[in-house]
Design a protein around this ligand. Structure first.
Ligand code: ADP
Ligand code: MG
Length: 239
């Protein structure tokens, strides 16, 4: 099976600071890759580069076998969910979810059908006429996911989507995201600093430090056979 995402020799610098160094990652269709690493190690920057929101300094990014290195974000067939939700405050929930489809010229009937589908899937049907400020944090996060889901992208990127939620809601939403992944058999790259979230969601974990991916593999492999002390410490492997 051809990889859905293939990153080769990717470097990214801001000014003279190298933030990502020689990233090589290959992700298969259906993978749920969880990216972990200390704050400031480059996780968000890597997602932004994959999404096309940041230009890269060197290297290539292929999506489903096509070179996307110089393709703008809107043409990459990727949907991203941010920690901050980034909802449009003046639009209703329904408008937030369908806006992107309107921009892409998708007809009204299809828009309404997809809206109804994701609203059911995410259990936000009673909220469709509300504005973001009339929603709880968990509800906003569902709307942000709904907006990503209606795009039916080849690849979903999640940047710490649950870190603004309280512990109980986080556990609930984690289970929900796992169900969505299984049900839609989609591919996800997911950043978190929560080890439990990483271990329970991932089909593969990628461990980053200071702009480099130190190890990528199945959670069990990483836990049992960390390649170095840093990975062992970070994952909490028995020493
Ligand atoms: P993480 O998501 O792992 O916490 P980031 O990708 O946000 O890390 O940041 C990685 C490094 O790049 C940090 O040192 C950060 O200060 C720096 N950085 C991120 N965005 C920018 C930017 N737009 N301009 C300059 N430096 C940045
Ligand atoms: Mg970040």
């Amino acid at each position: 099976m051809a990889p859905i995402l293939e990153i080769r020799n990717l470097y990214k610098s801001f000014g003279s600071v190298d933030v990502l160094k020689n990233i090589n990652v290959s992700i298969d269709p259906g993978d749920f890759v969880v990216l972990v690493g200390p704050s400031g190690c480059g996780k968000s920057t890597l997602l932004n580069c994959i999404a096309g929101l940041e230009p890269i300094t060197r290297g290539t990014i292929e999506i489903a076998g096509e070179d996307m290195t110089d393709v703008p974000a809107r043409d990459r067939d990727i949907a991203m969910v941010f920690q901050s939700y980034a909802l449009y405050p003046t639009m209703s929930v329904a408008q937030n979810i369908t806006f992107g489809m309107r921009v892409r010229g998708i007809d009204r009937e299809t828009r309404e059908k997809k809206l109804a589908e994701v609203a059911r899937l995410l259990k936000i049907e009673p909220l469709l006429d509300r504005r973001p400020k009339q929603l709880s944090g968990g509800q906003r996060q569902r709307v942000a996911m709904g907006r990503a889901l209606v795009r039916e992208p080849k690849l979903f990127l999640f940047d710490e989507p649950l870190s603004n939620l309280d512990a109980k809601l986080r556990v609930e939403m984690r289970a929900e995201i796992r169900r969505l992944h299984q049900r839609l058999s989609t591919t996800i790259v997911y950043v978190t600093h929560d080890q439990i979230e990483a271990m329970t969601l991932a089909t593969k974990i990628a461990v980053m430090k200071a702009g480099e991916v130190h190890q990528i593999g199945k959670p069990k492999e990483i836990y049992e056979r960390p390649v170095n002390m840093f990975v062992a410490d970070f994952i909490g492997s028995p020493s």
